[in-house]
Design a protein around this ligand. Sequence first.
Ligand code: FAD
Length: 468
Amino acid sequence: MSILPAGGAAFEFTVPVLVVGAGAAGLTAALAAGEAGAEVLVLERDAVPRGSTALSAGLIPAPGTRWQRAAGEEDSPALFAADIMRKADGEPDPVLVGAATEGIAPTLEWLADSHGLDFSVITDFRYPGHSACRMHGLPSRSGEELVDRLRNAVEQAGIDILCDAQVTDLFADDGGCIRGVALRRPDGSMEQVGCDALVLACNGYGGNPDLVARHVPSLAGALYFGHPGNQGEALLWGEALGAGTRHLSGHQGHGSVAHPIGILITWATIMEGGIQVNAEGRRFSDESHGYSEQAASVLRQPGAIAWSVFDERIASIARQFEDFRQAEAAGAIISAPSIEALAEATGLPPAALRDTLERVEGCKAGQGKDRYGRAFEGVAPLQPPFRAVRVTGALFHTQGGLTTDGEARVLRPDGTALPNLFAAGGAACGVSGSRAEGYLSGNGLLTAVAMGRIAGAMAGGGPRHRNE
Ligand SMILES: Cc1cc2nc3c(=O)[nH]c(=O)nc-3n(C[C@H](O)[C@H](O)[C@H](O)COP(=O)(O)OP(=O)(O)OC[C@H]3O[C@@H](n4cnc5c(N)ncnc54)[C@H](O)[C@@H]3O)c2cc1C
């Protein structure tokens, strides 16, 4: 993984735009670059494009879409930007936040109208920290469907995706202008491809334990739930080129991965009135603050385990997610007609579990906030049959990365842009600041899709597509 002198390259062919990585960011960038009139080639290390995008719930927050308007949901880029800034304590770059929040609704409508992705908005629950129901997803609410539909759109647009092509090195001249890349094929052979512009869309460093230990020590050694191919090349190449980096400790964790089966359990289980208890049957945090910071909280509990406790009403909401249905089919979601039966099925101490649930129901009945500061007003009480699932905390993806401007150009520490290098999605610094708490649900795909479109359009030499 290095930067090689451009003079030593022998490119087999050259394309105007190369995109490294075929997840949400790379595929959206490819569509935008193609639409701008450029010839594009996407390079993907895997045999089939998947990335963390396929592992995600595929939910993308967007303000002011036509789907929201049809549902009577009031929202605006300014409101969304304020939510992002509040969650991350004002740390993110406002220029990036502005570009992403203004760009995402037109981008989803473009993907629907020009490429047939049939988004809809989730209105039956609101994600923590969002002032409006603004999560959009495809019918299955799965990232697999998202990446498959994007790949299909790219293929329909006549854009080539070269799979089994792991980019190992970049060729650059003395001014930092990228002239091409070297890539390795599964049989170990190497190829070199030239380019006029390069889009880095190969996500962050969550799959690289050394980089995680260095930059996100609170989750060193934790379960990594993202795509293993995300090894941090964008960060390493950028650093070698003299690019700036920011918020490298920022990340998305998740405090609700079913254990040991390893299936993501939607946070709707908590936001709709569920709670988490540890092996002693005791709560340990304000779960409603956010699932990202809950990862480290769960990992601090005995055995690094917690139980999410909810009820059948909440389970029926969660069932819209493929992941939840799979967990249920696999027997990971316990059902019990009473608190005592729930304690028996989970192995939790019955007296402590009853005490915990009674305190929570007291708060819901108007006895104020709990001792962690969670407000339960207006939340329906949990009723039998109860549901519970054993979960652990995990690292989903990193949120720090290369510094970019509102046009997705990779910047040096002095604010000047590298001549022809763009980055989007997990390859670039996101809008979550430097801490897990800063991750607002959906920040990952927000920047992958919104900034991917901008990066592709810029690399393709076309318009910025931000406010049409
Ligand atoms: C379980 C889980 C659930 C999530 N749920 C959500 C959600 O609902 N909403 C949300 O907004 N975010 C969610 N996220 C985060 C979201 O998945 C990521 O932020 C987003 O997918 C990043 O997109 P990307 O295109 O940057 O990266 P990816 O989708 O990971 O794509 C990067 C691609 O680059 C390829 N690649 C890497 N290195 C190279 C190389 N050297 N050469 C060639 N190819 C390379 C990889 O194989 C991969 O295909 C979730 C993440 C996880 C793990």
